[in-house]
Design a protein around this ligand. Structure first.
Ligand code: CTP
Ligand code: CA
Length: 223
């Protein structure tokens, strides 16, 4: 871990990153989830580490391995992710890149649900806690909070409304319609929504998006 704590503009800063999907159990062998490889969140954590930050990386079951040098907390569900996020102390900035499932099954079955020939199972849902909004409203709110907004239409309007609703400082917004190829791909095409408006970034690799975001975070944290 100490090898990552080298020099750089984020030396001495503690940054929390959430990443990946969450899995919400239906029964011991089935779950519902969001589509997320964890690639963008992992790239952001790596970029922050390379600028010298200490990174707490709270991740759901992602396709890509977690960044070397981060303090990794692996979780499955949104409830577990919220607990892990709340446990992080003295956080200077939070980057909430996880694709959190909005709903969980209200009462997951202890036993595998069987095809018993008596009809189809009916799942009842409960709403998951909004981790980002909870952190923004908490006494321990980090100085800088960055949320994400994956949209399939009206990206800027939805993301601007989301920024206000959640109470975060920035929103990294993107269009994840299947035609864009962004979900599961290596590139991203984002608009950064801040208090001063919308910055349209060119399409670039997820690593380049991460580097640019990390640089901007360093500028803000260093006043
Ligand atoms: N988020 C979160 N906890 C949730 C849902 C979302 O922390 N239960 C965070 C995501 O990590 C992201 C931001 O909130 O940073 C926006 O997520 P998104 O799913 O786009 O927003 P929602 O408020 O869930 O709205 P929507 O109905 O569009 O899904
Ligand atoms: Ca959502």
């Amino acid at each position: 871990v100490d090898a990552a704590l080298g020099d750089g503009p984020l030396r001495g800063k503690h940054i929390l990153v959430t990443s990946g999907p969450t899995h919400e159990p239906i029964d011991p062998v089935r779950y519902i989830a969001n589509r997320s490889s964890g690639a963008q969140g992992t790239a952001i954590a790596r970029a922050l580490l390379s600028l010298g930050a200490r990174v707490t990386f709270v991740t759901g079951p992602a396709d890509v391995p977690p960044p070397v040098g981060a303090d990794v907390v692996a979780v499955q569900t949104a409830d577990e992710m919220l607990d892990a996020v709340r446990s992080a102390q003295d956080v200077d900035a939070g980057v909430f890149a996880a694709a959190v499932a909005d709903w969980r099954v209200a009462s997951a079955s202890d036993q595998k649900i069987k095809k018993d020939g008596k009809g189809l199972p009916v799942l009842e849902f409960a709403e998951n806690p909004d981790i980002l909004a909870t952190v923004c409203a908490s006494k321990a709110r980090p100085a800088l909070v960055v949320g994400f907004a994956a949209e399939t239409q009206d990206v800027i309007a939805h993301a601007t409304a989301k920024r206000a609703r959640k109470g975060c400082d920035w929103i990294v917004a993107n269009d994840v319609s299947p035609a864009t190829g962004i979900m599961g791909g290596t590139e991203n095409d984002v608009v950064l929504i801040t208090e001063t408006g919308a910055e349209d970034w060119p399409r670039m690799g997820k690593d380049a998006v991460a580097a640019r975001l990390a640089q901007k975070i360093a500028e803000v944290l260093n006043g």
